[in-house]
Structure formats: C-alpha cells, structure tokens
Design a protein around this ligand. Structure first.
Ligand SMILES: Cc1cc2nc3c(=O)[nH]c(=O)nc-3n(C[C@H](O)[C@H](O)[C@H](O)COP(=O)(O)O)c2cc1C
Length: 231
C-alpha cells in the first residue's frame, strides 16, 4: 500500500528481508532517485553515485558474492581477502550499542527459529543478503574516496530519502552494508573507477507479506531518553 503522508512513510519503512518477484519499473526507480537527490549536502556537493542492477547482471553478481561468502565458511582465512573499505562499525563494541546490536540480531534469529551455535542456519540467513533478499532491483552506492567524512553524512540523508520515497510508491527496501566486504568483486563488475568506494547496497522491490522475516519490527529508544533540554 502506498504511504500518503511523510509520517506514514517513515513509520511504515522497515528493513524488508524477503521480496516478491514482481518487477519494479525503471521509471519508478528513476523518479525515486530524482526525488531523493533533493537531499541536502554540504555546499550542494551531492556526493552520491548510484548503480542500479537488475536481471542477469544482478544474478551474476549475487552468484559471485555468494560463492565468496560460502568459501569463507569453508576456509575462514579467506575473510582477510574480503574487507570493507571503511569502518561501518567500531573495532571494539561497547554498551549500550553492543546490547542493542545483540537484541536486534538475536531477535531476528529467534523469530526465524535460529538458535546460538546453529552456524548453518545463521550462514544461510546472512547469505540472503547476497541474493538481495530476492529483490528484483539492487542499488549500489559509491562515493569518491577523496571526499571528507561529512560527505557520508550527506549520503545518509540521500539514502533515507530513497527509503522514504520508495514507501510513497508502495515499495520496500533493505539497506545493506553486508555487501561492503565484497567491494573487490562488486566494484569492477559494476564498472566503478578506482576513485570510488562502496558505501552500501540497497535491496528494492515489493515486500513479500507472507514471509515471517518481514514481521520483525524493531524498537527504538524514546526521545525522552536521548534528548537533553537546556534552557
Ligand atoms: C547503512 C545500513 C546498513 C545496513 N545493513 C544491513 C545488512 O547488510 N543486512 C541487513 O539485513 N540489514 C541491514 N541494515 C538494517 C538494520 O539492521 C536495520 O535498519 C535496523 O535493525 C532497524 O530496523 P528497521 O530498518 O527495520 O527499522 C542496515 C541498515 C543501515 C542503515
């Protein structure tokens, strides 16, 4: 269902991890991207660059990344070959972030009946990232490596706009940093130049309402807790 108001779109956005096979028209994607590019950016630098993949090339990319991911499970040393070009997460976790991360991860796995130590099921669930969760379109975002950290702030605004604008078209999304470790495979395949760094991917399509995974709703800390009023 299309979201009719901004608050509706914000509230109904969630990370969808199972999509229907229904195709998404290019015109709709382009209109979402044009709208999203209204995002602000420092001195209007607009640091975004988007690669929209569908069909055979998306399938090919998924096959290659899935193969690399499976190989790492067999030989963990291979993980060193596949690393994100930037730190999305801290190298050492700490409270309260680690607690929220655990709550999120185990909440999702718990819903799916995946218990601690069930490595095969965990592998299979995480692997779905590299099938873009079955979405017909996957967007890949890059940024020029020479830009400053502030440009990543701009990028986040652009990405959120895409996710909200998608709701206005009845579409669902899942932002995906999981792809970042496989930049080495992805960047040449999409034709990025050597100045480009992979920011993240984003699965885009129609949510499969019959899939249990899409009933996973995440909590938020209330504004009362994270806001300090000063007068
Ligand atoms: C930049 C970014 C990268 C993310 N990467 C992944 C990912 O690789 N795989 C995944 O399943 N979810 C990913 N997520 C989704 C988060 O887990 C999710 O946003 C968070 O748990 C809150 O849930 P919600 O999006 O459903 O509100 C990512 C979110 C963001 C913002």
């Amino acid at each position: 269902m299309k979201s009719k108001s901004v608050s509706d779109a914000i509230k109904s956005r969630m990370s969808v991890r199972a999509f229907t096979k229904d195709p998404v028209e290019r015109d709709i994607v382009m209109s979402i991207l044009n709208l999203s590019a209204r995002a602000p950016s420092g001195t209007n630098t607009q640091p975004w660059k988007v690669y929209a993949l569908e069909g055979d090339i998306l399938q090919d990319l998924c096959t290659k990344v899935c193969a690399a991911y499976d190989n790492i499970a067999i030989n963990p040393d291979l993980a060193l070959e596949y690393q994100s070009e930037y730190d999305y997460y801290p190298s050492k976790w700490f409270s309260p972030y680690i607690d929220r991360r655990r709550e999120n991860g185990w909440g999702l796995y718990g819903l799916l009946g995946i218990t601690k130590g069930d490595k095969e099921k965990m592998h299979a669930q995480h692997r779905k990232n590299f099938e873009a969760f079955g979405a017909p379109v996957c967007l890949f975002f890059t940024i020029d490596k020479e830009l400053g950290r502030g440009s990543m702030l701009d990028y986040g605004m652009f990405l959120e706009n895409i996710m909200i604008a998608a709701r206005g078209e009845g579409l669902a999304t899942c932002p995906q940093a999981a792809w970042n470790d496989y930049a080495k495979i992805i960047l040449p395949l999409i034709g990025a130049n050597k100045n480009e760094m992979l920011v993240c991917g984003m699965a885009l399509g129609y949510a499969d309402q019959h899939e249990l995974v899409n009933t996973f709703h995440t909590p938020r800390v209330s504004a009362d807790e994270f806001t300090t009023w000063l007068k």
